[in-house]
Design a protein around this ligand. Structure first.
Ligand SMILES: CC(C)(COP(=O)(O)OP(=O)(O)OC[C@H]1O[C@@H](n2cnc3c(N)ncnc32)[C@H](O)[C@@H]1OP(=O)(O)O)[C@@H](O)C(=O)NCCC(=O)NCCS
Length: 170
């Protein structure tokens, strides 16, 4: 199949793009249940990254329409010479996926991170996000580290504790 070759411009996100990026992300990330367990796709997330890491907030535009985004940040740890670049959120409009837009966004954010002294890029996605995993593997990401998230539902805990006391048990 011939690849679509849309006229795409990749550029830094601007204040007027925030709503379009937010709505595109809503489409992409609510279709998948929880793309990232400890971050939520909401307007605060975008505004925060835009405020703290503007040079790592990129959009792809085609015919005045926002068709993709890559949002990142950097992290330095105490007593470590390494600087990490987190590619926190990335997405491409469904009708333009597999047309090289993600690749272009990634290359630009990577170049910017390299200039900022980043030694290692990190991404985080669900283990069943196969398109995402294919995409990142093709770009050279490897060594997946598995994390298991455990949860403790505190809303039910109080009741259970009170019930025990009422019954005189410890
Ligand atoms: C992951 C994502 C950003 C990729 O963007 P894209 O613009 O479609 O990617 P590209 O067209 O640049 O693809 C580059 C390469 O990645 C691989 N790839 C991308 N999508 C793929 C898919 N659905 N299946 C298999 N391989 C895929 C291919 O090797 C592709 O090269 P090829 O088309 O020459 O074979 C896009 O699928 C997306 O928005 N997904 C939903 C959001 C998401 O999961 N984000 C990542 C976690 S935050």
């Amino acid at each position: 199949m011939l690849k679509k070759r849309p006229g795409i411009v990749v550029r830094e996100m601007e204040i007027d793009d925030l709503a379009a990026v937010f709505h595109l992300g809503e489409k992409l990330f609510t279709a998948r249940s929880v793309p990232n367990l400890y971050r939520t796709w909401d307007e605060h997330e975008i505004v925060q990254l835009f405020d703290s890491d503007r040079e790592l907030c990129l959009v792809a535009e085609s015919d005045d329409r926002i068709v993709g985004f890559a949002l990142g940040t950097t992290v330095e740890k105490d007593r470590s010479a390494w600087k990490y670049g987190l590619l926190t959120w990335m997405g491409v409009a469904p009708d333009l996926q597999r047309a090289g837009v993600g690749d272009r966004l990634f290359r630009q954010i990577r170049e910017r991170m390299e200039k900022m002294g980043v030694n290692m890029m990190i991404i985080d996605t669900e283990s069943d996000n196969l398109p995402g995993l294919h995409f990142f593997r093709k770009l050279g990401f490897g060594k997946p580290e598995e994390h298991i998230y455990l949860s403790l539902n505190l809303s039910g805990q109080k009741k259970a504790g009170n019930h025990k006391k009422e019954n005189g048990s410890t």
